[in-house]
Design a protein around this ligand. Structure first.
Ligand SMILES: Cc1cc2nc3c(=O)[nH]c(=O)nc-3n(C[C@H](O)[C@H](O)[C@H](O)COP(=O)(O)O)c2cc1C
Length: 307
């Protein structure tokens, strides 16, 4: 599962692992927030014991801060540390973080070398094709990462200028795979298991990251697994969707409390119900609901009664 700020928290990651995800990343976490012991940032540094392989994704750009933080972080419950070099959001880019790093080749080299040296865990990178159509340098950055001792690279096949428009360029992803000997993960526009398998076969990548395709559909991992193993896949029944939303809701409540939990679950519930006939009114009712009991009641009527 790709990192998704506001989505891939501990609770949703657990749901995805239960449905067959092989690995996940945290939401992006500010390395400065960790350095300054910001209590909100500390909440991102948790992993539930039931979770499988989880990478902690950091954003920032100062080698000194990364070096200090990684040197001090003992006993992290994660499998690897990932550097965010893909986020296109203006508030991130204006600080020289996220995809702005794609334009700072020398800084990237220094940053990755520092990370590899100081990190107690393997270091990975998630990047874009480059800043813009005219500045595509993923092959160069990929090589720098490999030479710096980075353990794997994930490439989202868009430039920063594209944000999320246009199409992810999987030929570019295939060319990165061809040019490096460390594992390369491809990312971009996989919304069905079939697309995922096709992309893997065509590009020969070592794995794929699925982002928007998991919103409301953690079953995409089970579907993918079935496809790879040549087994039949049955989509979840409405009752299974109901049970999953409730289980997810309970986890979020436990983790984040009633107020934040409610806001989060309104968003997730809308995604879970997407594509189901007659969901419009239900989504509006959920958005107007004030607590867990109300949401449960609305969902039960929609998903658990024959009509
Ligand atoms: C809501 C949202 C939040 C995201 N947050 C992150 C993030 O924290 N770190 C990151 O590297 N990429 C982030 N991304 C980018 C995704 O990981 C992924 O690269 C992108 O969505 C393309 O993959 P997809 O087509 O499968 O969604 C985010 C994307 C979305 C839509």
């Amino acid at each position: 599962m790709a990192p998704l700020a506001g989505v891939t928290d501990k609770s949703f990651r657990r749901i995805c692992f239960e449905k067959g995800a092989q690995g996940a990343l945290t939401e992006m976490v500010s390395v400065k927030g960790i350095a300054y012991h910001d209590p909100k940032t500390a909440a991102y540094l948790q992993r539930h014991v039931d979770e499988k392989v989880v990478g902690l994704q950091l954003f920032g750009h100062e080698p000194e801060i990364f070096g200090q933080v990684l040197g001090e972080l003992d006993d992290l419950p994660f499998a690897f540390i990932d550097l965010n070099m893909g986020c296109p959001a203006p508030k991130i880019v204006k600080n020289q973080d996220g995809s702005a790093l794609m334009r700072e080749v020398k800084l990237v080299e220094k940053l990755l070398k520092t990370m590899v040296k100081e990190s107690p865990l393997p270091v990975t990178v998630k990047m874009r094709l480059g800043w813009s159509e005219e500045e595509k340098n993923f092959l160069e950055i990929g090589k720098i990462a490999e030479d710096a001792g980075v353990s794997a690279v994930a490439l989202h096949g868009r430039t920063r200028s594209m944000f999320y428009s246009g199409k992810a360029d999987w030929e570019a992803i295939a060319s990165l795979k061809e040019s490096l000997s460390i594992p390369v993960y491809g990312n971009g526009d996989i919304f069905t298991a079939k697309q995922g398998l096709e992309r893997m076969q065509q590009s020969h990548v070592d794995g794929i990251l699925i982002g928007r395709g998991v919103l409301g559909n953690p079953w995409i991992f089970a579907e993918m697994e079935a496809l790879i193993e040549g087994r039949a896949y049955t989509a979840p029944t409405k009752k299974e969707i109901y049970d999953t939303i409730l289980r997810h809701y309970h986890m979020v409540l436990e983790d984040k409390g009633e107020r934040v939990g409610l806001l989060q679950m309104r968003k997730h519930a809308a995604w879970y119900l997407k594509g189901l006939e007659g969901n419009g009114k239900v989504r509006s009712a959920i958005n107007a609901s004030l607590n867990m009991e109300e949401i449960q009641d609305i969902l039960q009527r929609f998903l658990c009664t024959e009509n």
